[in-house]
Ligand binder design. Structure first.
Ligand code: ZN
Length: 193
């Protein structure tokens, strides 16, 4: 797979892209990638309380699958959310969490986002959702991981969006796509008023 440096570079690149595209703003949002080091899962994740638009290589934190730091620094407060998903979904190599405006607008409403092709196993006409749990909590982590078992996208009610991919780039592109379809559906709801 990749060595550490490539993973860290890819996290910085994707974080900046998400910021530039306004899928994350301020110090919100977090991104991680999984890779193998001597057969062991290592997760590279963005730090807490820093803008994704302005990260440097030394800001990215490496943790093991249980959340023990392998490098210095404080990882995102959602690190356990990321780890729970990596444990549940062995094929996931990258995770993006945003509060992107339109998708999160749906999350704060009683409207759901219609599912289009490319969102995993189709069991419902809408993107999967879970009820509100406190950000950073263990409940949010376990419920999200369970709900994402057969899905790539999950709407966290009254919070935001979480997207998984076989690698970070895929997760990022899907997060961008989710935001765009939410925008389109917002417009169609408005025109239909
Ligand atoms: Zn969040």
């Amino acid at each position: 797979m990749y060595d550490n440096k490539d993973n860290i570079k890819s996290i910085i690149e994707i974080s900046k892209y998400l910021f530039k595209k306004k899928l994350v703003s301020g110090k919100a949002g977090n991104v991680s990638a999984r890779f193998k080091d001597n057969g062991m899962d290592v997760i590279a994740i963005t730090p807490t309380l820093k803008s994704l638009g302005d990260l440097k290589e030394e800001d990215i934190i490496l943790v093991d699958i249980e959340g023990n730091n392998l490098t210095k620094g404080v990882p995102s407060s959602e690190v356990y959310l990321h780890l729970a998903i990596y444990k549940e979904k062995k094929d996931v190599g990258g995770i993006v969490h945003t509060h992107s405006i339109f998708a999160t607008g749906f999350a704060f409403s009683d409207k759901k986002i219609k599912r289009l092709e490319g969102f995993g196993e189709i069991k419902s006409p809408y993107l999967a959702e879970i009820a509100y749990e406190k950000p950073g909590s263990e409940k949010l982590a376990t419920k999200s991981a369970e709900a994402l078992k057969n899905e790539d996208v999950l709407i966290l009610k009254e919070h935001g969006v979480i997207v998984t991919g076989e690698n970070l780039k895929e997760a990022c592109l899907l997060a961008e796509f989710v935001e765009d379809i939410a925008k389109t559906q917002f417009i169609s709801h408005t025109l239909n008023l």
